[in-house]
Design a protein around this ligand. Structure first.
Ligand SMILES: [Fe+2]
Length: 270
């Protein structure tokens, strides 16, 4: 299934973001600005990526799927990449710090085929745009039957604990903002050369100097480099559920996540 430009035009604001042809001067300038933001801040957000009213429509689509979501509710560490050698770190080291993960995920196989969420994911124009913004000449949607495109559901009181990502970048589309709380926060303080655990420890103690809180709005598409930025979503407050779509890409075609990853997020592997 692929979505045509004609089909996507009712969902994505192609007037604000004329990205069907990335070779036009307008598209080139847009991509250059986005890449610059991604390189300098770790985050590139495109406000109003969805046409007015579409975020609410897709939020209704997502809300109908909430009963299918798999819930996790546990404490976990932030650094999956150090899980295997956790014992080699001292007891008070930041890699051993845990925070609550109270969150729900709707899997790809539960998304309706003709629905707007799947139609956006299966629009090749989006894959090409993400490739251009992340500096990947070719990029592919992942082929994971469960995790290629998901909906993150945070009910009042839910929170996505502090963590770093295992992949280079993530792509999200916010469908519904909570009344308050539920803020995405990140600390772009590390690099492949230096994980900067001194500053990470300060952040766990409440230091705010290095913590960025972008003003994410419903309808906004975000590309985030999360491998070297500690990040979380603060507890949702008020009565409104936070709904966010996650799109997954890979440089090679046919990528599927490890079975353990599927079990961790969805409680099942198939
Ligand atoms: Fe993340």
């Amino acid at each position: 299934m692929t979505t045509t430009t004609h089909d996507i035009a009712e969902l994505v604001d192609l007037d604000r973001y004329p990205v069907t042809d990335l070779e036009t001067p307008q598209a080139r300038a847009l991509v250059a600005r986005g890449r610059e933001r991604l390189d300098s801040t770790g985050l590139c957000s495109l406000p109003g990526f969805l046409r007015p009213g579409i975020a609410a429509r897709l939020a209704a689509e997502a809300t109908a799927l909430v009963p299918c979501a798999h819930r996790q509710d546990h404490e976990d560490i932030a650094y999956g990449r150090h899980r295997a050698n956790l014992d080699s770190f001292p007891p008070d080291h930041p890699v051993r710090h845990t925070s609550p993960f109270r969150m729900n995920l709707v899997s790809y196989d539960d998304l309706p085929s003709g629905g707007g969420i799947k139609r956006i994911y299966h629009w090749d124009g989006l894959t090409r745009l993400i490739g251009a913004l992340t500096g990947n000449a070719t990029l592919h949607r992942t082929a994971d039957p469960l995790l290629s495109c998901n909906i993150s559901v945070l009910h009042p009181g839910d929170t996505h604990g502090w963590h770093v990502d295992g992949n280079d970048f993530s792509v999200t589309l916010l469908l519904q903002e909570p009344e308050s709380g539920g803020r995405f926060e990140y600390a772009p303080v590390a690099s492949p050369q230096d994980e900067n655990f001194g500053t990470i420890a300060d952040i766990y103690r409440g230091e705010r100097e290095h913590v960025v809180t972008p003003d994410l709005k419903a309808g906004m598409l975000s590309i985030f480099r999360g491998r070297w930025s500690l990040h979380h979503v603060t507890p949702v407050e008020g009565a409104v559920t936070r709904l966010q779509v996650i799109f997954s890409y890979h440089v090679e075609p046919g990528m599927v996540f490890p079975e353990a990853t599927r079990r961790n997020y969805l409680g099942r592997a198939a």
